[in-house]
Design a protein around this ligand. Structure first.
Ligand code: IPD
Ligand code: CA
Ligand code: CA
Ligand code: CA
Length: 258
């Protein structure tokens, strides 16, 4: 399989999305809410997804695209999984931590992943079996082996008031004196674990488009991604725990109050 060709398409699509993100940040954009007043969507989300879809389906007419804003039409062994703008709330405020995430799944396995930080221009890529890269340079997870001394991150679902489960996990981590951030863009949080900037990350209500590319980045960078009980991660599992591998058990123990 010519993974390089698929990666090229993913990058062309990601840079198109970057142009759209930057354009609307300059020009201004309309804001709407989706499932709750804090669950925002902008023209930039919608137009980026449209642009990504058109490019991918023009190059690969027999593939399908699953995107956060437009869902999925049809079925194919080749499925692109797209978050056109991860970190919409950050984007809406001009807080420069947001990204576009594009992954290709072939026969149920993610084989290409790209996360582009569209504010900074940092690019994270991975190809199955060929490693993970930041702007073309190989990256590895960090070698820190203790939770004290680790930088961790998490995220909260938009309906956290109704669904407070992660508050329990968050509190357990803080109660142990651990350092935990809540950056606000899951795909980029995962890329940061792959790049060794974070030792661990967890979240409880993720969607495939938040995770697909970052999951491959971490596994190719030597890290571990699991479900909340430590079981191997599978796309569609809304709970995810990711780490450099060395702190994984300790992080799971902490989340479960052990
Ligand atoms: C959200 C971000 C956020 C995470 C939420 C996601 P969106 O994605 O990744 O960090 O906590 O669970 O829904 O809506 O900005 O693409
Ligand atoms: Ca969203
Ligand atoms: Ca997202
Ligand atoms: Ca999104």
């Amino acid at each position: 399989m010519d993974l390089q060709r698929y990666l090229e398409a993913a990058l062309d699509a990601a840079y198109l999305a970057r142009g759209i993100h930057l354009y609307y940040r300059e020009k201004g954009f309309a804001l709407e809410s989706k499932t709750s007043p804090t669950d925002l969507v902008t023209q930039a989300d919608r137009e980026s997804e449209e642009a990504i879809r058109s490019l991918l389906l023009e190059r690969f007419p027999d593939h399908v695209v699953l995107g956060e804003e437009g869902g999925q039409e049809g079925h194919s062994d080749f499925r692109w999984i797209v978050d056109p703008l991860d970190g919409t709330v950050n984007y809406a405020h001009g807080f420069p931590f947001y990204a576009v995430s594009i992954a290709l799944e072939v026969g149920g396995e993610v084989v290409v992943g790209a996360v582009l930080d569209t504010a900074r221009g940092e690019l994270f890529t991975a190809l199955k079996g060929e490693g993970a890269f930041q702007n073309g340079r190989p990256i590895r997870v960090s070698s820190t082996a203790t939770l004290i001394g680790s930088l961790l991150a998490t995220g909260f679902p938009y309906d956290v008031a109704k669904d407070a489960e992660n508050l329990t996990y968050f509190q357990r981590a803080l109660a142990k004196g651990l350092t935990v951030r809540r950056p606000g863009a899951a795909a980029l949080d995962l890329a940061y674990v792959a790049a060794g900037r974070l030792e661990g990350f967890w979240e409880v209500k993720l969607n495939p488009w938040d995770v697909a590319a970052g999951w491959l980045l971490i596994t190719e960078a030597g890290g571990t991604v699991s479900g909340i009980q430590g079981e191997p991660y599978r796309l569609g599992n809304r709970y995810l725990v990711a780490s450099n591998g060395k702190i994984h058990e300790q992080l799971l123990d902490t989340l479960h109050g052990r």
